[in-house]
Design a protein around this ligand. Structure first.
Ligand SMILES: NC(=O)C1=CN([C@@H]2O[C@H](COP(=O)(O)OP(=O)(O)OC[C@H]3O[C@@H](n4cnc5c(N)ncnc54)[C@H](OP(=O)(O)O)[C@@H]3O)[C@@H](O)[C@H]2O)C=CC1
Ligand SMILES: O=C(CO)COP(=O)(O)O
Ligand SMILES: [Zn+2]
Length: 353
């Protein structure tokens, strides 16, 4: 008897383009959301986007509340939950980079309300996904969460964000190549649940981005459009899989370990990009796509070496040889890399000197 079932949760509206920030209230109307919104933002995006959105609500006679978070932490999530209860918020709107959006996402999970995602930086694929990532003790990887009810991605704001944030988002997408390689390996060796649709979508997202890498340049809204669509697709792949597997393999384990060993040294996407160069080499060897991944990252000024990340060689080796143990997720790293082997792959790929 066929008993399989799945529940794929996706945003109802994804609005991307020039000046769409001004459509946020209309997006709320289209969701038939009533009551008072709580805007969750951080200092820079507050002026850029949260306050203009608040003004639009006020013009409609709705008095939004705004809470500003300074760092990604569970204390910040708690403060947002308290603020939402205090103002009796009907729904949340995360306005900012990954920090503001993920804190809104995690708080929403607790409050059982919906939230909108208004990214001001195309810095990683959490802007539309059903995954939330707030550092929790030693845990740095994402946990299951509700995807946003809607996403409003203003390409003008995204194009004017610091270029390094956009290249981090690009690198996070490019790393889908190796994430899917690990997912397929885990499925073949360990019978890990696998979705060809989610894998194909995640891989295609990386292929399209790499194929358009030469069109991705600072300050161009067209570039922001390409990157944002890729981040959306990657987030949808995670929602289809109900897992971050389509977008997170050994390259992410490496990055999460760097978050512990060298906190704040580099952006998430940049770390996973460098990790992807090395894990692609582990999967396919000298003649594999590791050089294409490295060259695609280099073509958009994303880091390709430890030095580019501002992380010393020994920390890279320590992360590479220990990161297999931080999560129950089978990857090409198996039960852990030998130090000499780690040094060899890091040197051969040019990641360390
Ligand atoms: N859910 C998921 O799948 C994932 C979630 N994450 C999470 O996302 C966070 C990392 O995302 P990231 O976006 O790098 O972090 P932030 O939200 O901290 O943004 C990075 C920096 O960019 C600034 N900023 C944001 N938008 C703009 C803009 N338009 N113009 C100028 N500056 C801007 C922020 O300002 P300010 O300092 O004022 O905030 C901050 O200094 C982490 O908390 C991580 O845990 C990471 C990967 C995956
Ligand atoms: O960053 C992510 C996907 O790009 C989320 O992956 P993790 O589950 O490894 O945190
Ligand atoms: Zn990522």
């Amino acid at each position: 008897m066929f008993e399989k079932s799945t529940w794929i949760r996706l945003p109802r509206n994804v609005v991307v383009g020039h000046d769409v920030l001004a459509e946020t209230v209309s997006v709320v109307d289209d969701l038939h959301l009533e009551g008072r919104p709580l805007l969750v933002t951080s200092p820079t995006p507050r002026k850029l986007a949260a306050e203009p959105i608040a003004a639009d609500f006020e013009e409609r006679g709705i008095e939004p509340a705004i809470v500003t978070v300074e760092e990604a932490s569970f204390e910040a999530v708690e403060s947002v939950i308290d603020a939402a209860e205090e103002v009796d918020a009907s729904y949340l709107i995360g306005v900012g980079g990954g920090k503001a959006i993920d804190i809104a996402k995690m708080a929403t999970d607790h409050l059982d309300t919906g939230f909108l995602s208004v990214p001001t930086a195309a810095s990683h694929d959490g802007i539309v996904s059903n995954r939330g990532s707030v550092p929790d003790g030693n845990t740095r990887h994402s946990v299951a969460a509700e995807p946003p009810l809607a996403v409003v991605a203003d390409t003008g704001i995204l194009a004017n964000a610091p270029w390094e944030l956009t290249t981090a988002g690009c690198a996070d997408i490019i790393s889908n190549y190796t994430a899917v390689m690990d997912w397929r390996l885990a499925h073949r060796l360990k019978n890990v649940e696998y979705s060809e649709y989610a894998a194909a979508l995640a891989e295609m997202t990386a292929e399209i981005l790499v194929g358009n890498a030469d069109m991705i340049r600072p300050g161009l809204e067209e570039s922001a459009w390409i990157v944002t669509k890729a981040l959306m697709s990657s987030g949808v792949a995670m929602s289809i899989a109900s897992s971050s597997r389509p977008a997170s393999g050994a390259e992410h384990l490496f990055s999460h370990q760097l978050d512990r060993l060298a906190p704040g040294a580099a952006l998430h996407g940049h770390q996973v990009g460098v990790g992807s160069i090395m894990t692609a080499y582990l999967h396919e060897g000298e003649s594999g796509i590791w050089t294409e991944i490295r060259d695609a990252l280099a073509s958009i000024d994303a880091p390709t070496t430890a030095a580019d990340l501002g992380i010393d060689d020994e920390t890279v080796i320590e992360a590479l040889t220990t990161c297999h143990a931080i999560r129950d997720r089978y990857t090409i790293l198996g039960d852990g890399m030998d130090e000499r082997a780690a040094r060899e792959v890091a040197v051969k790929t040019g990641v360390i000197g």
